[in-house]
Design a protein around this ligand. Structure first.
Ligand SMILES: [Zn+2]
Length: 291
């Protein structure tokens, strides 16, 4: 009888131990289950946007006041540097020699900078499409012939791209590009934008002229190159809020001004900050410190 009770006691203890082990295992399973996503069949995406598949739906449009750095360089004359005797200080200040320009491009290439089209910048503004980490943009104003003769072959040589803002009344005049040259660049990876009809300062002309400068130059460019033209560079960088309103009305997607900084934001899409590039390499590299 005593043995019988002992056996029962042992069985009860074993059952109790078994029950405790069972519940611990259940807890363990629950803990493990909690540590897994409830939809573990589809793994969570990695946090960095760069690892996401290239689908636009995964990007998030940045807030209008999102500030970020992206250098947009502004060139004018690309030509052999005129001599001091034959030129003014301004002539030389707005000139980058072909050797100087190539040194800029080589610096970009050797240091991992990637030239992007301004439409890629708009792709970030509009849909949050990420830009390359060391993105830079190159722009030219006025439509001088040297841009076709010197800059365009160098951009092609380095596999880079640029945007050329054309003053349409000047096309074909002495020292300016012709329409076939502009069209050729447009068909070979370069972007064409408007720099007005005749370079009048847009903040100083009346509305009738302003509308003609904006819409007229755009229409001529589109007819000549057979593509949509919707980027603008203000002559002399001059603009105000009224100029911006009429630029929007004329169908421009973005407009460039001239500043001494490289900070951009979606809210500045009608005053994109470009800075003037000089002949010497430091005018470029000093803007790229820490970028
Ligand atoms: Zn200009």
């Amino acid at each position: 009888m005593k043995n019988f009770f002992f056996v029962i006691l042992v069985l009860v203890i074993l059952a109790a131990i078994g029950a405790v082990i069972y519940f611990y295992q259940q807890d363990d399973i629950l803990i493990k289950a909690d540590s897994q996503p409830s939809f573990s069949a589809t793994p969570l995406p990695k946090t960095s946007q760069e690892t996401l598949p290239p689908s636009e739906t995964n990007y998030q449009k940045p807030a209008e006041d999102t500030l970020f750095k992206m250098p947009v360089f502004n060139y004018h004359h690309i030509r052999p540097m005129p001599s001091v005797a034959s030129s003014t200080i301004d002539d030389r200040a707005f000139t980058v020699s072909p050797e100087g320009f190539e040194a800029h491009l080589k610096y970009f290439k050797d240091n991992g900078y990637q030239t992007i089209s301004l439409y890629e910048l708009l792709g970030y503004f509009d849909a949050g499409k990420p830009l390359p980490q060391k993105a830079v943009a190159i722009t030219f104003d006025d439509g001088r012939y040297g841009q076709y003769k010197w800059a365009y072959p160098l951009l092609k040589k380095y596999g880079m791209t640029g945007t050329f803002f054309i003053t349409t009344d000047w096309v074909g005049k002495t020292d300016f590009m012709t329409w076939p040259e502009i069209k050729e660049m447009s068909e070979n990876g370069m972007t064409i934008g408007s720099h007005s009809l005749d370079h009048a300062p847009m903040n100083k002309v009346d509305d009738q002229q302003l509308r003609a400068e904006l819409a007229g130059s755009r229409k001529i460019l589109e007819e000549k190159i057979g593509k949509t033209v919707d980027l603008l560079a203000y002559p002399g960088g001059s603009y105000n809020s009224h100029v911006i309103e009429l630029a929007k009305e004329a169908g421009y997607q973005a407009a460039m001004s001239v500043y001494k900084i490289i900070d951009q934001a979606p809210k500045y899409r009608y005053s994109i900050r470009r800075f003037h590039a000089d002949d010497w390499l430091e005018s470029i590299t000093e803007k790229l410190v820490g970028y």
